[in-house]
Design a protein around this ligand. Structure first.
Ligand code: DOR
Length: 426
């Protein structure tokens, strides 16, 4: 299949241009003011993108696909269908499955299943420790050989700093980065929301910022002393942003990500006791939200990811204390980010796509993330003028758990193109 996208606005690295784009044999073959249908291509699909924007396909480097083991929450097929509906062309999936993705067999299984599903690209992330038990290192080299693109014990921290140091050193030998879930579990001490006024008001146990910050500082300190790159997951605190900023200023090779819920919500939303607001790390306060936005703008935070954490109804329709942590976010991340960062005037669309597509590709050394002649044709066609109201019950994902029900957002995904093939059409 070849695709000619006509009359749209292309979102390039640092500017937007009105131009046509021809994708041939999976690559972007040509970008020009006017491209006419190639005589040779009888099988060329023409998309009229008048009034629409063409962006580099989103690379969501922090996703829970749940398979193997928790297919009631999500599976590779439903997760990939949801991803392409969100304009996502590549996902990196976290290893907290059952069995845990801590060996080459599980990595290969995920890759094979994703190839059968054949929607978006799926890049497995291997566990740091066996069974994510925090004790012995997983089969890091073998997972890399099988296709793992990074390692993480996401869902928890590696508490033992010596094991974490070993993991960083060993992974670096295989040119793999550690993606650090930062949480001092002793300090969290059963907290389910941000520790502050609202946790007290609601009678819900709070988790302090320091529980996150201590581990951010530890992992940066390890990386700095080893002179090894490290990536900090789902940053939620103003103080965490400060720690990362000062490390970057010292030249530490640290990168970081955050999620839409941390730059849109504050913990005021927990007062309704809606368990869809329960996420780890928790949404925090106005000061944190402002610092996250500033961190995105000044380059302290490199990437926007979703931490797509689908859960079934039975995991969420329980008392707040008992509910599972997590937000189903992959279908709403573009519209939420566009609405709250670009439409609100905080950044430009090219800057947003740097955070959502180019930077994740850079951090993990993946293909994609840019619109340029010769680049892979991983693209999304979006309509920025179209608005809609978020309704989790309409999600394609099995996880209907969103705290954004009723939010009016702009930016619908009209087409998602992966490797030059249309994988989603609204
Ligand atoms: O809220 C979360 N849910 N945070 C995590 O780190 C893990 C995730 C999950 O797997 O459900």
């Amino acid at each position: 299949m070849n695709i000619l996208i006509k009359n749209g606005t292309l979102v390039l690295k640092d500017k937007e241009i009105k131009a046509d784009l021809l994708a041939e044999n999976g690559k972007i073959a040509k970008i020009a003011e006017k491209i006419s249908l190639p005589a040779s291509s009888a099988d060329c699909v023409v998309i009229d993108a008048k009034g629409k924007h063409i962006v580099a396909g989103i690379i969501d480097m922090h996703v829970h696909l749940r398979e193997p083991g928790y297919e009631g929450k999500e599976d590779i097929a439903s997760g990939c269908r949801a991803a392409v509906a969100g304009g996502v062309t590549q996902v990196c999936c976290m290893p907290n499955t059952n069995p845990v993705c801590d060996n080459a067999v599980v990595v290969s299984y995920i890759k094979t299943r994703a190839q059968e599903v054949d929607l978006c690209k799926v890049m497995p992330i291997g566990a740091i420790t066996r069974g994510q038990n925090g004790e012995g290192l997983a089969d890091i080299g073998k997972m890399k050989a099988a296709g793992a693109v990074a390692i993480s014990d996401d869902g928890k921290s590696v508490s033992n700093s010596y094991i974490m140091r070993l993991a960083m050193e060993y992974a670096n030998d295989f040119n793999l980065k550690c993606l650090c879930h930062c949480e001092d579990i002793n300090l969290v001490n059963g907290g389910v929301v941000n520790e502050g006024y609202n946790s007290t008001l609601c009678g819900l146990k709070g988790s302090p910022r320091a529980a996150e910050d201590i581990m951010i500082a530890r992992d940066i300190s390890l990386a700095e002393s080893l002179n090894i790159p490290v990536h900090i997951c789902h940053v939620s605190t103003y103080s965490g942003v400060e720690i990362i900023k000062s490390a970057k200023q010292r030249g530490v090779k640290v990168t970081a990500e955050t999620c839409p819920h941390y730059f849109i919500l504050t913990d005021d939303i927990i007062t309704g006791y809606d368990t869809n607001t329960k996420v780890n790390p928790p949404v925090r306060e106005a000061r944190d939200k402002a610092a996250i936005i500033e961190g995105l703008k000044d380059g302290t935070i490199d990437c926007i990811v979703t931490d797509h954490a689908p859960h079934s109804l039975k995991d969420k329709q329980v008392e707040y204390n008992l509910a599972a942590f997590g937000i189903s976010g992959i279908e709403t991340s573009f519209a939420l980010s566009y609405t709250y960062l670009v439409k609100s005037g905080q950044m430009t669309l090219p800057q947003l796509m740097q955070k959502m597509s180019a930077a994740p590709a850079d951090v993990l050394g993946l293909e994609g993330g840019e619109i340029a002649e010769g680049a892979v044709a991983d693209l999304a066609v979006v309509d920025l003028s179209k608005k809609y109201v978020i309704d989790g019950n309409k999600f394609i994902s099995k996880g209907k758990n969103t705290p954004f029900n009723g939010y009016e957002v702009y930016g619908t995904v009209e087409y998602t193109i992966v490797g030059g093939k249309i994988k989603y059409k609204a």
